[in-house]
Structure formats: structure tokens, C-alpha cells
Design a protein. Structure first.
Length: 434
């Protein structure tokens, strides 16, 4: 399987993990203590390297850098630096990836710390000799920027997320920043032009930048069915905005104050995710170790609908660190990553009883988790501040592969199954070498 990762230094890398080794592959010996030969080096060459761990089996992985080439960007701006660190990825909603064809494409968007946005295209090309398989080539289709020309008190707001979709055959990139401002870019040839921009607190659509208000805005997730975006942050209650009009169509309400102190519970939304089976079910994670479930039906104004329908225990929290990622695995299973490096599986029907299990491995803050569709054969990948890319089996909570990528990672994205090069009839082996 092929996985795209982005780190804080602005490097875009492709990692090819061999989940099922071939029969003629010799299992390498376990490296001695202090031997770093198992750490893969970033290169454009096809030479595989072996990666291993006490809890992860031996695998082969190939890591290469994806270059960013553009005629409108100087060579100095393309170099590796922290000011161009990658914040988030997003696949386009209507990708043309047909496994039966010899050439297929997959498009995804990328937002960086300097508020620049790029749209990439990965294409699969068959080699001259069919036995050699195929190669994947990457091309920068267009780029743009969401930098605001008007800022309040010279405060620099950072991007927090991106969502790419196709409207009428034209790609659009929706980017939100930490000030609550949403920018919609539309592709026009090799550039991404600003179509409209609005703010969470002043939702009047405009083609110009608007003064921002307040701090926070650590959450950015999207509801594709209704073309809406969800925003929330520190001292900002979670709200659902319409992408086309910028109006708030639903806004959460905090839980009642404490019975003894009569103090309001603090608000600090750090992660959110919509259920794949019911888009009205919203899971929200907070910096105060809570997981809340909301019903976001917009056809009612009742305050009871705006408050959480279920949540983890406040006095004895199930989680022990700030929640950083949330992903629905199934209708009732929720994957929760936190700042302590823990990756837990929760049952939304029994939030107060604890976790169903833990994915062992991560040691640093979990920054991004990607759970693709059913074509991924029940696999997921996660990255974080421990600089390691990990691949898991969702059902068994079993580590399949891990690769050390040298820089602290912020985003990951699994390419479709047609890009993995694995046979459709291959199944994972039950007994993996350790």
C-alpha cells in the first residue's frame, strides 16, 4: 500500500509498505542493539529497506520524496523549511481511480503553514514490461494562497484544515484557519483563485479578507452531504456553517453548570468527526479529555438537541490526555487519538464504561489518522510527533508496518487500493513473523 505523509519541515513523502511479503523474500535478521540500518533513508531510488520492531513484524518499505514543481514559485521558496510545513491533506471527492484501467488518477489537496495551497495529481503508469508492474508519478496541478490581507492587531492565523471537492467538474479547495475564517478557492488552469471568504462570527460572503475576531479555532471537519463545515475551538462553541452562504445552521450548547459551584464547564474543541452511517451523528473531542456525541439535525431549535446526547464521564475521564484526532471506524466504534500518544477504540453506546482496546505503538502526540473506505481491507495509518508512520489492522488492533521518517509528521493519506500494487485476492496471513 502507498501512503502520503507531510511533516513540519514541508517535505511531502510517499511510503510504499509491503504488507504481505512475497514468497521468495528472505526475512532479514533482527538488527543488533544500536544498529540503525533498519531506518529507511529518503531517496528517489527503488531500493527497499527493512523495518522492524518488537511489536511490528518485518516488512519492506520504500520512501521517496515528492517534489513540488511550479513555474510561478522560485527555487528558494521550494526549498525545505519549517515555514512551509504541511498542515493537512484532503482527497478530492470525485477521484477517477478505476483499478481495471492501465492508467488511473488520484487528486488531493495540501495546505501549508505559510497559507499556501497546492493541488496534486497522482497517476499510475504501466511500465514497458508488464512483469515490472507500474510506477506512480506526481504532478502539481495548481497552487494558490489564502493569506489574509487584513489582520487584527497583527495576529497571524494559521491554517487548520483543508477539504477538496468537485463542483460542476471544477475542483474547489476549502481552507479554514485558526481565526475562524473560511476561504474557498477554485481551480483555474494552474492557479487556485479566491472565490469567496467569510468568517465564523461575521458570515457575510466576500471576495476580500475580513477582520478576524477572537482566538482559537482548533477544529475543522466537513459534512459533504450538506456542503457544510464545522468549526470550533477555545472558548468557541462548536458550530455548523453552510459553505455556500456562510450562515450558522447549527450551534452546540454547553452542558449545564456544575451543581455545587454553578460554574460553566470550559469549552475547547480540538477534534471532530461525523459518522459514516448517520451524518447527523457528530463526535467531538475536547482538550479536557472528553468525548461528546451530538445530534446535529438542523430542523429543530430545541436546546436539548443542541446539547450532547451522550459523553464520557466528567469526574472520572476515560481519556487522560488532550484529544487530537477522532475517526469513526463503524456505526458505533470510534477511534480516539490523544496528545499522550494513545490510540484507543471506543464504543459510542457505552462511553462511560471505558475503552474497547488500544492500538499499541505510538509514543508521541497523534497528529493525523486516516481510515479509508472498505477497499483498504480494514487498515488504517497514523502519524504523530514520534516521527513514525504506522499501519494497523482495524479489527485485530495489530501492527502491520512502521517506518521511521525522520521529521515530525502532521498529516497522512492512504492512496486507493489500485495504487498499492497488491493482488485483489491476497489476504493477510494470520501468523506473522515477530
Amino acid at each position: 500500500m502507498r501512503i502520503i505523509t507531510g511533516d513540519e519541515c514541508g517535505l511531502l513523502k510517499e511510503t510504499t509498505c509491503c504488507i504481505k511479503p512475497s514468497n521468495n523474500t528472505v526475512t532479514p535478521k533482527k538488527p543488533a542493539h544500536g544498529d540503525n540500518s533498519a531506518a529507511p533513508a529518503v531517496s528517489a531510488g527503488p531500493a527497499p529497506v527493512s523495518v522492524s520492531s518488537a511489536s511490528f513484524p518485518y516488512r519492506e518499505a520504500i520512501v521517496r520524496r515528492i517534489p513540488f514543481q511550479s513555474s510561478s514559485v522560485t527555487e528558494q521558496e521550494q526549498e525545505q523549511k519549517r515555514s512551509r510545513g504541511i498542515i493537512d491533506f484532503s482527497p478530492c471527492s470525485s477521484n477517477d481511480c478505476t483499478p481495471s484501467t492501465t492508467t488511473s488518477t488520484f487528486r488531493f489537496g495540501c495546505v501549508r503553514l505559510d497559507q499556501s495551497v497546492q493541488l496534486y495529481e497522482a497517476s499510475k503508469h504501466e511500465l514497458n514490461n508488464p512483469k515490472d508492474g507500474f510506477e506512480v508519478r506526481y504532478e502539481t496541478l495548481s497552487e494558490g494562497s489564502v493569506a489574509a490581507s487584513v489582520q487584527e492587531d497583527d495576529v497571524e492565523y494559521k491554517p487548520i484544515g483543508i477539504h477538496c471537492l468537485t463542483v460542476g467538474g471544477v475542483e474547489r479547495c476549502i481552507v479554514a484557519d485558526s481565526g475562524g475564517q473560511v476561504s474557498i478557492l477554485q481551480r483555474k488552469d494552474a492557479s487556485l483563485d479566491l472565490l469567496t471568504r467569510y468568517n465564523q462570527h461575521t458570515p457575510q460572503p466576500s471576495s476580500k479578507s475580513q477582520p478576524l475576531a477572537g482566538n482559537g479555532g482548533w477544529c475543522c471537519t466537513f459534512l459533504a452531504r450538506e456542503d457544510a463545515i464545522l468549526l470550533g475551538g477555545r472558548d468557541r462553541e462548536t458550530s455548523l456553517l453552510d459553505i455556500h452562504t456562510g450562515k450558522v445552521v447549527w450551534k452546540a450548547k454547553n452542558i449545564p453548570p456544575n451543581n455545587q459551584t454553578l460554574l460553566e464547564y470550559p469549552i475547547f474543541t480540538t477534534a471532530a468527526s461525523f459518522s459514516n452511517h448517520d451524518t447527523n451523528a457528530l463526535a467531538v473531542g475536547t482538550a479536557y479529555k472528553q468525548v461528546r456525541i451530538y445530534d446535529v439535525r438542523t430542523n429543530t431549535k430545541s436546546s436539548q438537541r443542541r446539547r450532547p446526547v451522550d459523553m464520557t464521564n466528567i469526574n472520572g475521564p476515560v481519556m487522560h490526555h488532550r484529544i487530537t484526532t477522532l475517526n469513526y471506524l463503524s456505526e458505533y466504534q470510534l477511534l480516539v487519538g490523544d496528545a499522550g500518544g494513545y490510540l484507543h477504540k471506543l464504543d459510542t453506546r457505552y462511553l462511560a464504561k471505558g475503552v474497547l482496546g488500544r492500538f499499541m505503538g505510538p509514543t508521541g502526540s497523534v497528529r493525523s489518522v486516516h481510515v479509508p473506505d472498505e477497499e483498504s481491507k480494514g487498515r488504517l495509518c497514523c502519524v504523530g510527533l514520534d516521527r513514525i508512520l504506522r499501519v494497523y489492522n482495524v479489527n485485530k488492533k495489530k501492527g502491520l508496518c512502521k517506518v521511521y521518517l525522520k521529521q515530525r509528521l502532521n498529516a497522512c493519506l492512504i492512496l486507493p487500493h489500485s495504487f498499492s500494487g497488491e493482488a485483489d485476492d491476497e489476504e493477510e496471513e494470520d501468523d506473522e513473523p515477530e
